[in-house]
Design a protein around this ligand. Structure first.
Ligand code: GSH
Length: 183
């Protein structure tokens, strides 16, 4: 989404299975995580925050607002959305990869409480869907779009503004929705 908004084109997109730790991914990113971007000179950039910051930088700040107050508000939005995603993905991996007898409920409950606290803050921070989404908006959309897919029925009722914002965001940005549907 950031690449679209910053007019960054990719020569190639490679789909990888992170679980099988493919050599080409590990060569580029020792953490074995996606997204990972290879620049023209072969340098790898990873962690979506770094990648988005780079796209913003080379686009002349197409997505990151530059006044101090707006920058702070937008980074807060981004960090909260990313933090909720980090907690929720750990929950997903716990259910997906850890054998049932080895799961530690106190730990998963803690992660879920973290996610819920973050969502509660996003519920108060989120405004109207913007025609020109900032990086913070894109981070929230990435989170809510993903939650709608992976945690359907577990977050919407308690966060009605956020759930409505999620619907409205994708309806207002069909170009971004098309990217989401491909993932
Ligand atoms: N903070 C990282 C998180 C990336 C991340 O956790 N990606 C997941 C897929 S969505 C992944 O690659 N998981 C594989 C693994 O953790 O080994 C980012 O925003 O780029």
């Amino acid at each position: 989404m950031a690449a679209i908004r910053c007019d960054v084109a990719f020569d190639e997109q490679v789909v990888v299975d992170t679980v099988s730790e493919p050599a080409d991914l590990l060569d580029a990113n020792p953490l074995g995580k996606i997204p990972t971007v290879l620049l023209d000179d072969g340098t790898a950039l990873y962690d979506s925050r770094v990648i988005c910051e780079y796209f913003d930088r080379i686009s002349g700040n197409a997505i990151v607002p530059q006044t101090d107050a707006e920058w702070i508000a937008d980074r807060r939005l981004e960090a909260t959305a990313d933090g909720v995603a980090d907690a929720a993905i750990l929950l997903l991996y716990e259910a997906r990869f850890r054998p049932e007898e080895k799961r530690h409920e106190a730990w998963t409950d803690r992660q879920w409480r973290k996610a819920l606290r973050g969502l509660a803050v996003l519920e108060t921070l989120i405004g109207e869907v913007s025609r020109k989404p900032t990086l913070g908006d894109l981070s929230v959309a990435a989170l809510t779009g993903w939650l709608a897919l992976r945690f359907a029925g577990r977050w919407e009722a308690e966060h009605p503004r956020l759930a409505r914002w999620n619907e409205e965001f994708w309806a207002a940005h069909p170009d971004l929705d098309a990217v989401k549907s491909r993932v």
